[in-house]
Structure formats: structure tokens, C-alpha cells
Ligand binder design. Structure first.
Ligand SMILES: *Cc1c(COP(=O)(O)O)cnc(C)c1O
Length: 399
């Protein structure tokens, strides 16, 4: 665990998210200060020398570290129960830094198929260019992970729940498989949020987030974070981070710090809206199935109970009438807007087959369970009655 002051040791997530990591300047400001500076000055040439040699703490350059960014990193580490964190300019910068800093030519990486599109690019196109072999498995089929690992396997990478089908992968089992061959498990925990799933408690070695999603949660800025042990952060990740420049802007770090303060309130409302809407949608004659991890009919319901602390903020709906019904539904929504973003305080809906997963062939989409009738909704914090009325109206518009 990151070093917390004694009054915060053992505090709940809600308290940590308001207070953890805050440092105050000599002015004693209430809110976190924005240190919008690229560089830092030294009192003497000797002090500069000592800082560069690492003999003295302190900041050198904001590509390496910055006080506002550090507050965000410390707060995230406290929330996830990690030894430390490195913040990045986007979620993809976090994924890229975590993966690229830990592998070299000749290594092998295993990843689940149901990944965020850009993560698939890194795994399937970028890593092989540098001599890293990769194997893609169906993540919910545990036997495939066991069969895929080899002596030179360095990393296992997965997303759970997955986008957009919201299927789960058992972290306890996959982390045991990873550790059995001396590999590390990297978990993209965006869909679960840091509140509803604690991957380090289930054996993960590295956790990555797109902070753009629930952590900002108000559609303002991009950001990301890598959480890991000090050994990884101060070892392979340190030089990669310093010298390739994925650093988060101090201003965006401040936006994300303020986002974290209200994260539990927003996620709680988002989950209750998602649960109520999933039940309403499941009762419609137009709907073939609703995938919501909080429902008893979810294919991984037993694992949801063991691994997650709630059903989440997202649901996927499969309309019987295919693309035509899905589009009619989307076009009739008024409060819920059409957007591929997620985790926002505004409810957002998307048609994965023609947007986020458009690049895939129909066969690849079928393999992932993404049909032409699928709509993914990210639930916001609007009043529940209004959201349900919007969904009712949109359902009624399907011919
Ligand atoms: C959005 C997202 C990312 C990428 O994050 P950006 O902040 O957009 O770079 C990675 N993984 C998942 C699961 C995401 O939803």
C-alpha cells in the first residue's frame, strides 16, 4: 500500500477519494492546487546536482513528475490498494506504457479477444512488429489461458467486464495461471470502475485505467493511470515513462482529482439507473436479451458475486429486429444521447457493430457476440423516472 497518514489508514473508499494524496502549499488552500509548471528551480547548483543524482527528493521536470499529478497518483493508489501509480495523458498511453515497458523481442504475451479496439492494435499489430509474439484467447474459457502460456510468456492482459458484451473473466484463476509461468497479469479495469472491482485482491500485478471514463466522469478530459508495485514502477516503467513522454497535464490531473471526489456518488446512481433500465428493457417484446452483470440471468452471475461489488454502470441490449430496430431505438431516444464514450454523468448509447467495432469483419464480431441488433448503454446520473420514460418512448417507436 501507498503510505497514508495515520488518520486515513483503514478509511473507506469514500473518504480516501476526498482526502488521500493531498499535499498543501504554504498558503493552506482547501482545494488541490494546480501546479501548471513545466519545470522547477533549485536553490543552488549543489541542490540541482543532488536532485538529478536522486540523492534528494523533489521535482525536476513535469515529464518526470509534477505535484498536482502526484496527488492524483497517490489518490488512485490508495483507492486501488496499490503500492504506487503513474498517471498518463490517456487510457491508451497507460496501456501502452504498461505493456511496452515490460516486454522485449522474444517474449510472449497472451490476451483476451474481447478488448477495447486500440488495445487489440497494440497486442495484435504493434507488439509483433518488435518481435513480441502474441496469442489471443477467448477470455472466459479458462482452459484456453492454460493452454496458451509458455516458458517465455511475460504478460497476460485482459479486460473484465468486457466491452461491449459485459462478460467476466475469473481474475483469481487467470492470475494463478500467469504466476505459474512467472508472468504478470495486467488488468484493464475501466468497465468495472475502481470501486466495483479490486483486481489486486484477485492476484493482478498491474491495473490500468482510462481515467477519461468514470474517473473524470463528466466528459471533460482524457487521462489514464498505471497502478503497480514499487518494483515495477521504479524499475522498468520508470525510464520508459520518463523518456517516452506519456505524462498527464497538471490541469487534467486536477480535473481528475475533483472527479475522484464524487466518484462513489456518481457510480452508485449510475448503477441503480442501469439496474432499473436493464429490468425495464428485459421485459420488452422487442428485446431478445439484456446483458447486465447485476441481473440474475447474466451468464457469469456467480462470478459477478465473487469478483464484483455491484452490477456496474453499463448494459448491452440485443434487439430482435436487428440493426433496423437498434437504429429506431437509438434515434428515438432524447435524453440518452448517441455517443461512443462511457462512464459519463450523461447517459450515452452506441451501436457497437457500426461504430466502435466497425473495423472488425462480421465473423470477428460474431466471435465476440456483437450482433447487428446490439445497443450498448452507459448510464448516467439523471433522474431514474426520466431515463425510464425515455427508454419506454424509444421502445414504443420500434415498428
Ligand atoms: C476508453 C478505454 C480505453 C482507452 O482510454 P482513452 O482514455 O480513450 O485513451 C482503454 N480501455 C478501455 C476498456 C476503455 O474503455
Amino acid at each position: 500500500m501507498t503510505d497514508l497518514p495515520s488518520h486515513l489508514a483503514g478509511a473507506s473508499d469514500d473518504t480516501l477519494l476526498v482526502h488521500a494524496g493531498q499535499t498543501r502549499s504554504i498558503h493552506g488552500e482547501t482545494a488541490e492546487a494546480i501546479y501548471l509548471t513545466s519545470g522547477f528551480v533549485y536553490d543552488s547548483a549543489e541542490a540541482a546536482e543532488a536532485r538529478f543524482k536522486g540523492e534528494e527528493g523533489g521535482y525536476i521536470y513535469s515529464r518526470y513528475g509534477n505535484p498536482t499529478v502526484s496527488m492524483f497518483e497517490e489518490r488512485m493508489a490508495a483507492l486501488d490498494g496499490a503500492e504506487g501509480a503513474r498517471a498518463t495523458a490517456s487510457g491508451m498511453a497507460a496501456v501502452n506504457a504498461a505493456l511496452m515497458s515490460l516486454v522485449k523481442a522474444g517474449d510472449h504475451v497472451v490476451a483476451s479477444r474481447a478488448l477495447f479496439g486500440s488495445c487489440r492494435y497494440i497486442i495484435e499489430e504493434l507488439l509483433p512488429r518488435f518481435g513480441v509474439e502474441t496469442t489471443i484467447v477467448d477470455g472466459s474459457d479458462i482452459d484456453q489461458w492454460g493452454a496458451a502460456v509458455r516458458k517465455n510468456t511475460k504478460l497476460l492482459f485482459l479486460e473484465t467486464p468486457s466491452n461491449p458484451t459485459l462478460r467476466l473473466i475469473d481474475l483469481n484463476i487467470v492470475s494463478a495461471i500467469a504466476h505459474g509461468v512467472g508472468a504478470l497479469l495486467v488488468v484493464d479495469n475501466v468497465f468495472a470502475t475502481p470501486l466495483l472491482q479490486k483486481p489486486f485482491k484477485h492476484g493482478a500485478d498491474i491495473v490500468v485505467y482510462s481515467a477519461t471514463k468514470h474517473i473524470d466522469g463528466q466528459g471533460r478530459c482524457l487521462g489514464g493511470v498505471v497502478l503497480a508495485s514499487r518494483e515495477i514502477l521504479d524499475g522498468p516503467l520508470k525510464d520508459f515513462y520518463r523518456h517516452t513522454g506519456p505524462s498527464l497535464s497538471p490541469f487534467n490531473a486536477w480535473v481528475l482529482l475533483k472527479g475522484l471526489e464524487t466518484l462513489p456518488l456518481r457510480v452508485e446512481r449510475q448503477c441503480s439507473n442501469a439496474a432499473a433500465a436493464a429490468d425495464l428493457l428485459a421485459g420488452s417484446a422487442h428485446v431478445a436479451s439484456v446483458l447486465y452483470p447485476g441481473r440474475a440471468d447474466h451468464p457469469d452471475a456467480a462470478l459477478v458475486k465473487r469478483q464484483m461489488l455491484g452490477g456496474g454502470t453499463m448494459a448491452a441490449i440485443d434487439f430482435k429486429g436487428g440493426k433496423q430496430a437498434a437504429f429506431a431505438f437509438l434515434n428515438a431516444l432524447k435524453l440518452i444521447r448517441i455517443s461512443n464514450n462511457l462512464g459519463d454523468s450523461k447517459s450515452l448509447a452506441t451501436h457497437p457493430a457500426t461504430t466502435t467495432h466497425q473495423r472488425l469483419t462480421p465473423d470477428q464480431r460474431a466471435e465476440l457476440g456483437i450482433g447487428d441488433g446490439m445497443v450498448r448503454i452507459s448510464f448516467g446520473i439523471e433522474g431514474q423516472k426520466d431515463l425510464l420514460a425515455d427508454i419506454d418512448r424509444a421502445l414504443a417507436s420500434i415498428a
